[in-house]
Design a protein around this ligand. Structure first.
Ligand code: TYD
Length: 142
């Protein structure tokens, strides 16, 4: 897996007549050691979660039920939009990726697994700050 790009990851799904069981396990199928999990649910219709990026955190986003869309922007300026609607598929989001969650279907529940503890200092919540940071980085590398 190329860890610098947002990408969809298939989660192992074990099916039998009783239903499906999906599992992520570090290091075989989870690309980082999990430290924290949180979930977003009961999102009012039409609501968008504000976008942000992390300086160092990586995360996996899974729509456990329902459907959501995730817009991402990478430091090289590439933009992508992912639809998550399967509990056996996760979106990997690397550090320094701007991401926005929107278009929540009614009753969606979204699990987010992170490799670090909650730390507001790791958040970049202002898109202009993000743009300046990635532009500085690009100029330094030229
Ligand atoms: P926020 O970062 O705004 O949510 P989103 O990831 O959708 O942008 O988080 C909402 C509130 O929850 C904010 O006050 C911070 C708090 N919070 C925690 O206390 N711990 C956590 O692990 C997370 C993710 C958020």
């Amino acid at each position: 897996m190329e860890s610098s790009k947002p990408q969809l990851i298939d989660i192992v799904k074990i099916s039998d007549p009783r239903g499906n069981l999906s599992v992520l396990q570090y290091p075989s199928t989870l690309p980082f050691e999990p430290v924290r999990a949180y979930w977003i649910h009961d999102v009012p219709s039409g609501m968008m979660r504000h976008g942000h990026a992390f300086y160092s955190a990586q995360e996996l986003i899974v729509a456990l039920s329902g459907r959501i869309e995730v817009a991402t922007e990478s430091p090289d300026g590439s933009v992508k939009r992912f639809t998550l609607s399967r509990p056996d598929q996760a979106l990997y989001v690397p550090p320094m990726t701007w991401r926005e969650l929107d278009n929540f279907a009614t009753n969606s529940a979204v699990l987010i697994v992170s490799d670090c503890l909650y730390d507001e200092m790791d958040y970049i919540r202002d898109k202009n700050v993000y743009n300046n940071l990635v532009n500085e980085e690009t100029e330094n590398n030229d």
